[in-house]
Each structure stands twice: as C-alpha cells, then as structure tokens.
Design a binder for this molecule. Structure first.
Ligand code: CAA
Length: 258
C-alpha cells in the first residue's frame, strides 16, 4: 500500500499505521482521512493481520487534530459534511474494525487526534503525550465523535470540563482518568503496544471480533448489547476456533489459532 500521508507496515500479524505529516503535526486533512479509510478497510480484510496499531510520525505529535487550515473558511453545511464524512470514513471504521485497534499516543493528541485515539479499542501513551479537545477555543465543538466517546471513557463531568476549558492533560492524568490504559517512555511505547498485540494474537480472532461487536453494541442507540452478546456467543459455537480452543483445553495443550 502506497500513500502520501500515511505509512503502513506489517510484522508478526500486527499492522502499524503511522500518520505521516510531522511538519503539520500529523493533522488530519481530507487526503489523510481518505488514505486511512483505504488502509484500514484493506487491513480489516487481511487475514494475516490480527491487530492494528495507530501512531503518529515524529516525536511531537500523535495527531494535532483536524486540519484547521482546510476548514477555516467553511460554512455551516460544509462543517456538517466535514463531521459526517470524517466520522463515516475514519472514526466509525476504527471503532468497528473486526480486529483490535491500539492507539499508541506519542505526543499531542488534540481534537480529532484525541478523537481518533478514543475511537481505537485500546490506548497507550508515552510520558510526553498531551491530550485535549480544544475545539471550543476555535469556536467549534468536537465533531469526530469526541462529545460522545470522551464521556463514555471518562464520565460526563470530566468530559464537560475538558471540552469547556479546552485544556490539555498529560499522560499520567489521562491514566488516572481512564483515558489511556498504560503510560510508558517514548522508547517503550511501540514495544508496549506490540506486547499487548502479541498477547491478543494468542487468542481466537473470531471470538475477539465477536467481543468487539458486543461491547460496541452497548454504545449504539439502536442495539441491545445483551442481545448482541447472546447472538455473538452463539456464533462462536459455529467457528473452527471454538472447536480448537475447547479441544485444546480438553487435551491439556495450548490452542493454535491462526
Ligand atoms: N491543523 C492544521 N495545522 C496544524 C494543526 C492543525 N490541527 N496543528 C498544528 N498544525 C501546524 C501548524 O499550523 C504549524 O504549521 P506551519 O509551520 O505551517 O505554520 C505546524 O503544524 C507546527 O505547529 P505549531 O507551530 O503550532 O507548533 P507548537 O509546538 O507551537 O504548538 C500545538 C503545538 C499546541 C499542538 C499547536 O500546533 C496547536 O494548538 N494546534 C492545534 C490543535 C487544535 O486546536 N486541534 C483541534 C483541531 S479542530 C478539530 O479537531 C475539529 C474536530 O473535532 C473535527
């Protein structure tokens, strides 16, 4: 896969997707969103890939938000379209990937950048990371799912404060808030994400795909999470990985999943 603004590599069943506009602090312009959509759609279908890690190029930023230069003269309709197409092409795609997405937050994750990290299933951050939703300082609100996902992750009160004040928090505070799962040094960030990915790869990919659907259902207004869980639980029984997992247990050996 060849792209202008992102890099994609694969190793040991783990894909690394790097947003690569470091001079613009990896801000998400239209091209970058469309390239991420293409790459993630392809990786989702790729049976050789079990986990996707998202990170930002350079030492400074994960992603510093939507590209302000691109939308500064938009009108109301264009603003709505920007949010709608971004959510559809990228943020919903990340959240609904059939394999775990881990955001490795290596620096500024602001606005659309934090929204991207929040759409991922797991977040790890380096000690340098700074996170915030500063949109109200620009006269807009988070438009890539931030008003919803931040409250889901940290609770309504903290979400309101972060958005109202437009202030950033550091990695340790984000850890306390439950916004990220782990904090580590800059050098250890990708190795940590890869270590989590390796643990995931030991387990059944089909069961993990079902888990993503069931957990996400709790946050979808048109779904009953318990009903989705029942359906997905049943679906597992029809998979070769269920046979392998249970057989391996009974034979007192480790399962071998693809
Ligand atoms: N969009 C476009 N360009 C951006 C950008 C963004 N979100 N963030 C940084 N850049 C660009 C800067 O314009 C600058 O480019 P030039 O050299 O061409 O001027 C370059 O990246 C480096 O940035 P700074 O010189 O500003 O670096 P700094 O170290 O002084 O500051 C920063 C770093 C605090 C992250 C600052 O860049 C900043 O505040 N960026 C904007 C953050 C922001 O408001 N994000 C939310 C965007 S709105 C949004 O995301 C809407 C949504 O939900 C849909």
């Amino acid at each position: 896969m060849n792209f202008e603004n992102i890099l994609v590599s694969k190793e040991n069943k783990v894909a690394l997707v790097t947003i690569n506009r470091p001079k613009q602090l990896n801000a998400l312009n239209k091209v970058t969103i469309s390239e991420l959509n293409a790459a993630l759609t392809e990786l989702d279908q790729d049976n050789e890939v079990r986990v996707v890690i998202l990170t930002g190029a350079g030492e400074k930023a994960f992603v510093a938000g939507a590209d302000i230069k691109e939308f500064a003269d938009f009108d109301q309709k264009q603003g709505q379209d920007l949010a709608a197409s971004g959510q559809e092409l990228l943020f919903d795609v990340v959240q609904n990937l059939s394999k775990p997405a881990i955001a490795a937050v290596n620096g500024f994750a602001l606005g659309g950048g934090l929204e991207l990290a929040m759409a991922a299933h797991i977040r790890v951050a380096s000690e340098q990371a700074k996170m915030g939703l500063p949109e109200v300082s620009l006269g807009v609100i988070p438009g890539y799912g931030g008003t919803q996902r931040l409250a889901q992750l940290v609770g309504k009160g903290k979400a309101m404060e972060m958005v109202f004040t437009a202030e950033m928090i550091g990695a340790e505070e984000a850890l306390k808030w439950g916004l990220v799962n782990h904090v580590t040094t800059a050098e250890e960030l990708l190795p940590l994400a890869q270590k989590i990915a390796a643990k995931i790869c030991r387990n059944s990919g089909t069961a993990i795909r079902s888990t993503i659907k069931a957990i996400n259902a709790n946050y979808a207004f048109d779904k009953n999470g318990y009903a989705v869980e029942i359906e997905e639980f049943g679906n597992c029984f029809g998979t070769p990985e269920f046979k392998e997992g249970t057989t391996a247990f009974l034979e007192k050996r480790k399962p071998s999943f693809n």
